[in-house]
Design a protein around this ligand. Sequence first.
Ligand code: ZN
Length: 238
Amino acid sequence: MDALTQLRDDVAIANRILERAGLSHAFGHASARIAGTNTFLLPTRQSPGLARAEDLLVIDTEGRILSGEGEPNSEVWIHARIYAARADVGGVVHAHPAACVCLTGIGEPHRVIHNQGAIFASGVPEYSRVGLIRSRELGDLLAQVIGSGHAAMMRGHGITTAFADVRRATVAACYLEESASLQLRMLSAAGGDATRLRTFSVEEAGPLADQIAGSVACRAWDYYAELAARNPLGSGQK
Ligand SMILES: [Zn+2]
């Protein structure tokens, strides 16, 4: 399988993971940069659970469709402007996971309270403006919020992750939602008192950066990919 065919498969699988893992339902999307270019692969405007490799669009960082049939998701600017701003980013995920949205709704920042959440030890900044990212300008604004980091919480909306490749961007999105879900449960158990959470120190979190690297990230990707493959949308299984 050549590299572009593999990349198309990865993007389709990444999108189906977002839906099957519960990070998105009708909305949300994952993309991957075509290596060495200012273009990327993005699904057409439909649930990520329905993404197929053969239907992906090729789009550039100015939002122009270079090949493929159909319209891109309306938040195409998230992807276009992050790739424009970050030469080191090869994969972008945007999803609407419930626990992350809940954290933004109570003004609670992401805190590192479990191993996989430690990959976000440098913090997850918030894009506080509500509404969709449907313009180049808003895409640039989101890219600025992410800065040199790897994720942003989007108030009342969802999350965006940006990593070296789409596999890691997808796994990281799953980790972030898992972390947010645990944080909410801990907050609830602690009567809403965030000072009672036993958050990881920077020193504790540092060695856990390997959770999004090498064999650990591969293992997580393989699991989520199989989850999506075994339970395709419409199978009645979740
Ligand atoms: Zn969105």
